[in-house]
Design a protein around this ligand. Sequence first.
Ligand SMILES: [Zn+2]
Length: 461
Amino acid sequence: MKRLSKTALVFLATGVSAFSSVKNVIYFIGDGLGPSQRQITEYYKTEVLGQDGKLAMNSMPALGITTTHAADTLITDSAAAGTALATGFKTNNGMISMLPSGEKLKSLTDIAKNKDMKTGIITSTRLTHATPAVFVTTNSSRANEAEMAEDFVKANIDFYAGGGYRFFVPKTGEFKSSRKDEKNVVKDLENNGYKTFIGEGSSKNLLSYTPKSNEKVFAALTNSHLPYEIDRVKDNSTPSLAELTRKGIEVLSKENNKGFFLMVEGGRIDHASHAQDAVGTIMDTIAFDDAINVALEFYKNDPENTLIVVAADHETGGMGLGYGNNYSLNLEALKNIKLSVEDKLQKAYKGNKEEYFSYLDKELGLNNLTVVEKESIEKAIKAEDNKDTTAINNSYGGYAPTAISVAHIISQRAGLQWTSFAHTATQVPLSATGKTSENFVGFKDNTDVAKEIANSMGGKL
Ligand SMILES: [Zn+2]
């Protein structure tokens, strides 16, 4: 006869499970947060900012590694990877919580709702973007954002915060819409018990909002994504990911004995790495880690009932910490960079070469360009002036050539190099702390992360 473990004997003797489910789960997903992104951020904080560089996510007791591949390709997109992390099933790139066959999948928010837990979704991207969407709805294509926005009403999530009001407001009206119809999803949300916060102007109201029992929150603060952290800190026109996380926890934990499930996405790490923007990547990773620290404050008050998991959907950009034949990084070269490649640097070249070089000097401290660096910028200017689409797509990933050529110079001066304008197939780190965190140790498939979280909540996907 097979010997039974002590736990199993207790189970048999008492007739109840020795395992009690976790009450509060806070699930962080760093979009594009590969091992290099995590490590360079620690080095930058230490060497450039002169701070204790250790990231909260790198200090957790449980550490693992996960695969990222999709059902149909070894290089996943955020829809397939998000589906794996939310539902425990692999699917094809582009699909939202749906199997390749079209079968709809249950996600962790469904498990939480079945347990009468409150639920929350926070992201720095549009709320209808792939990673948040996989926790809210199902769809055959991530591109159907207007359609998915309507599903936010019936999903009945208690707290939504992020960007992308353009899919929630009608075609004509106060706010700029990307809908083709006059459907007012914001009104539908309000009619279903949501307090809504729309547009940058609502940021302060959201942060000063005191949750009322049974009131749900929907905040879409920008037309598209929230700003890159590197740009946001200049005027604080929108809250940081940490501030949104603090408000989310406040709303979800108020007068609530059943616990909550909250997903927080650091969504713009990915966008910065697509644009091969080293400092943009680092600043959004810091913002993500700051949000994790807010969750850790909550955890410290209730460690017996709380689980925090930090996962990533995939790596982006093939960020390499090392370049050429050097055994050194020179992070000082990143010190003067205070703007994003995609949103700011891309708009800087306006057709005048001399003006552009003086902009680079003034804004980025690039006043000592080598002959080779200058040549690479001139080549980019030529491609941009000539609207050379082949060069723009092949050599500059579809971005403005001038911006990418400068991004490369900045990276290479720091000793960094990128292999891709897309995602890569590399494994990504996984961290956890709190109740059941030991189940997140080891080499795991990305689908296992969702399954383990479901188990910890006492449910099954
Ligand atoms: Zn991406």
